[in-house]
Design a protein. Sequence first.
Lengths: 178, 178, 178, 178, 178, 178, 178, 178
Amino acid sequence: MKNRKRESNPKHADAPSLKPQSEAAKRSGIGEIDLRILEALQDDCRARLESIAKELRIPKSTVHYRIRRLEQAGVIERYSAKLNASKLGKDYLAVVLVRAKYGPHYHQRIGKKIAVVPGVWAVYYVLGDNDFVLLIRANDRDDYMRTLEKISSMPDVERTSTQIVAKVIKEDPRITLT
Amino acid sequence: MKNRKRESNPKHADAPSLKPQSEAAKRSGIGEIDLRILEALQDDCRARLESIAKELRIPKSTVHYRIRRLEQAGVIERYSAKLNASKLGKDYLAVVLVRAKYGPHYHQRIGKKIAVVPGVWAVYYVLGDNDFVLLIRANDRDDYMRTLEKISSMPDVERTSTQIVAKVIKEDPRITLT
Amino acid sequence: MKNRKRESNPKHADAPSLKPQSEAAKRSGIGEIDLRILEALQDDCRARLESIAKELRIPKSTVHYRIRRLEQAGVIERYSAKLNASKLGKDYLAVVLVRAKYGPHYHQRIGKKIAVVPGVWAVYYVLGDNDFVLLIRANDRDDYMRTLEKISSMPDVERTSTQIVAKVIKEDPRITLT
Amino acid sequence: MKNRKRESNPKHADAPSLKPQSEAAKRSGIGEIDLRILEALQDDCRARLESIAKELRIPKSTVHYRIRRLEQAGVIERYSAKLNASKLGKDYLAVVLVRAKYGPHYHQRIGKKIAVVPGVWAVYYVLGDNDFVLLIRANDRDDYMRTLEKISSMPDVERTSTQIVAKVIKEDPRITLT
Amino acid sequence: MKNRKRESNPKHADAPSLKPQSEAAKRSGIGEIDLRILEALQDDCRARLESIAKELRIPKSTVHYRIRRLEQAGVIERYSAKLNASKLGKDYLAVVLVRAKYGPHYHQRIGKKIAVVPGVWAVYYVLGDNDFVLLIRANDRDDYMRTLEKISSMPDVERTSTQIVAKVIKEDPRITLT
Amino acid sequence: MKNRKRESNPKHADAPSLKPQSEAAKRSGIGEIDLRILEALQDDCRARLESIAKELRIPKSTVHYRIRRLEQAGVIERYSAKLNASKLGKDYLAVVLVRAKYGPHYHQRIGKKIAVVPGVWAVYYVLGDNDFVLLIRANDRDDYMRTLEKISSMPDVERTSTQIVAKVIKEDPRITLT
Amino acid sequence: MKNRKRESNPKHADAPSLKPQSEAAKRSGIGEIDLRILEALQDDCRARLESIAKELRIPKSTVHYRIRRLEQAGVIERYSAKLNASKLGKDYLAVVLVRAKYGPHYHQRIGKKIAVVPGVWAVYYVLGDNDFVLLIRANDRDDYMRTLEKISSMPDVERTSTQIVAKVIKEDPRITLT
Amino acid sequence: MKNRKRESNPKHADAPSLKPQSEAAKRSGIGEIDLRILEALQDDCRARLESIAKELRIPKSTVHYRIRRLEQAGVIERYSAKLNASKLGKDYLAVVLVRAKYGPHYHQRIGKKIAVVPGVWAVYYVLGDNDFVLLIRANDRDDYMRTLEKISSMPDVERTSTQIVAKVIKEDPRITLT
């Protein structure tokens, strides 16, 4: 079907070929055009549909229709302004390794409790020496300490190890799609 | 001046009081109104200015002017669609701890080389037992292996330790501002 | 096709239902009947086809045909007598964690060199603090020492950590299929 | 050269000398002929007795008798088809290091409980920093997670550390005998 | 104001320029002259005011006034003789890493209890693998053992790791100010 | 001689008895009176001799003479104002564990190089998993980073591990003498 | 023969039965009587043969003959006075874990070099995270430091970790034989 | 040269100077002659007094008297035959690192309990990451396992880490005295 569409758009026949799509994307019925639209929206979601359409050489109505479909499918979760944490004084960052006490479904139970602590913006349950990796953003050391105190005083948290971020070399949550 | 503005907007006198602002924000001349606008834009940057203005009980022109200023100051870096990595088949995630060989300015040199490896979306230079913490997103194990191979074959990388993410409990890069 | 077969074998309609098959098995066209045959062959590959056929309530010719097909597809790799290592005096076992020097494709290069050392019966390239996990079987300590010496004297092996097996609580390489 | 020798010894009565046998094998009364038969059965246990007899230049009746004896002595435990785990979709493998809470006979008690968890195909009680090394085979990450959850929720399990297998470089449980 | 003063002291106009002051010092209203006085007092707090005044080319009355102010502000905490620990037989030194049991405000509670153990002269609550780093001075091994015993028998102390100091290469608590 | 002095001061016969002195102090000929004088000077080295004499119930001339002798013997190294680091903006503190490359007299060579890096106020050569423990004082994170960069770029430094000090619970270099 | 002897000594028929001997002892032809003699000689090798003979209820000539044989077989290596290290001022003890650089036969090569360093009284090549465990006896810290310096400056020694012995709770090299 | 000196001192009363004696030895009143006698007795405690006397060029009566004194002072603890563990089948050796649960006087309490476990011939209470280092001698793996089981089932033992000794490169408990 993807090919059919492209055939009906002969003038785009010379569009550069994409990398082979992931299996999951293929199964979700997400085609090359979708990926290109998503990429455009990641870079600038306030761009006008006309410019995306022109860039991808497809009708504006197609862009509109596809975005609607991707939103409904939950592929697009939100349109969000990316802010500069440093200029907002939120540059006391830490990666925290957490060990928890084992028990039935401990990782769901504890993970959720940690996730709602203010300042904790990512909680990964990992397989390895530690149970969780957290990413924390604070105003300064004292603010960080308050956040850490909330986590280390949870009865199921056994140990935390803070790695203060000395420098953010890259932090770009956009997903490489093509 | 912040206070003056709020005084000249008596109908907003009952707006909820905000947390004390961070030192840095204060010094950058970012006031409460700015923080509320930023928060709105983080949640939905395609929202119409009218609705933001109404929500914050300030004139639309103020919203417009302030956003322009925050963009110019680099506080707003980008407007970006937040995608669901899992639905795009990008759900082989790993947190990688990296040790590098020491040398003058090694962390800048190596950090930058790692940052451009496809799949690596965050590179933190940390103070602790490791030198870098990386966040990596891949399609599947083989895709991850190719990424890791690129990193581990760098002459200055001494050791990597992969922690496969079993579950993303939270990953929300929005900054808590108020 | 799987369903068709079972439909044409109405007398087996009451055969117990199996667990949902894995995605991979499904894609390889391996059906429930195949999995049951494989399981029988894992338990006793010298069993007579008749008894397997009777057990599974399918014609002997089907069993024969399917085994042939599974052999050709490489699903069945070998028919092998499982020996008791302890009664053969091969009960000095060790799990060895190996760290190697990084470099391009180091894990393939080094992994292969380790795999041919006599006594090493399993070599896993793992993601974590170590690079390889080895399973080694030796006659006694001195025999083990000779094996270890061969590995630790490889120029690309940085460190090994031997965990002597005090007791084999379970070691059954048969795959649970249903 | 081995073959030449054997040819010049048509009666086979003085078959070429093997490597010095292990003490244990000697004490069990397992001789060189037995080891050769066992090796043949490890490579192909469905081979016809005639071909083994021919290969080893001994009467078929001897092969038959000796196999019977080795089966009765428990040296041969089973005849089993060796399957390709990957083609069956069972290629999410992990090596898990487990620490348990100490107590009288803890390793027997806990080891047995872990051994019956589906997916766990080997449990080694080891001397070192950890108490057990497990080998686990799962269909995929979620399947693995269910297995791990069963282990980590046991009250006597203190900590587990998963090392995801990135590549199986070798896994051949056959025992080198000669 | 800082500049005004220097202007009223024209003959010191050629005093060497200082490093840019820290933000905190600036905010506390501590100027260059103050830093120089503090440095002089760190090196020899029994020096006569005249010699400090002469060294800094400012009136003795200014020196007197400023010292008074710095004392009142708590910038100067004490005037103390620095003794040679080794000549007093206090040269069994240790750096001790302590892990404590987590709980609400555990670090304040436990930290204070450790701080009053005789021989413990520094207690740092640190972010990392350990909770506290202690510096201990004892007469000899037995004396050290008594100190350690007091700490390790506290119910909230989980583990200590002693690093005996083999040699004090530097220990100079004076703060570099200029 | 110590006793003689006290006998000649009969009115002080009821002075509280001291703890048994350390062997080293005894051998250096440092008596109880000396220890009391040293303690007084640690607490306030600008105290008037009269007040020390009165406190210890000995003639002022004795105090004067003994202090002179302790200075000459190097027991008193310096008279120093103890400053409040935090009020001077020097409150980014770290304990750094350093591993160095081994070689003849490496600890003296490397230790000295580290000791002169600005901001490093203590360097301990320790026996254990690490070679050196450093205490570092910096203005802020960037200042600390410059210090760390100087250390980690030394060719003989193999690895550093920073433990950021979250809170100074105690830091009092005075030696307990009695 | 062991039994025969005991039969020819009917009066000793009621001698307490011994633990089953080790395989190795049995194969070396060392019988129960030998073990009892060895035990006696471990406890007091200057005891008179008569008293040993009486204690074991065997003729003195047998004791004499057997000791001669055990000496010749190398079972008895030496007769040595066991001294009290502490009373000789040799009570600065350390257990040192050593990691060496790998290479062909590195453990023999390096082990021997370490074994001749004065103060090192035991060198064990171990299987685990470390390569060697050393036991060291020194007069004091400075003496220990000289010993350690000799080891850490060897080009093949990668890392040492000293564990100072705080207390010798037991150190009795006598072998439990019965 | 040592010998020359000794020849020029026919009476031996002032035997050649030895290495500077340890402080402790000096304080115990142990002189050079004593140390030489002790050394002789460590090498061969069954040597005849005449030969020691001749070797040291002192009267036999002096040797006799001094030995008596050293025995009474507890400097000589025992005269013991040093046996070859390997020839007695006691060559399954392990170094075990033990962590215990903290509590008042835990190291004395637990240390003593461990010390009486058969097979444990040395128990050192150490300062570092572990609490105890044990030296264990067993007949074979099963024997070792029984010993370890006794230790790990003690309620106060938290963790043990066994390092199997692959080779005893040196084990000579004699103390270097001169």
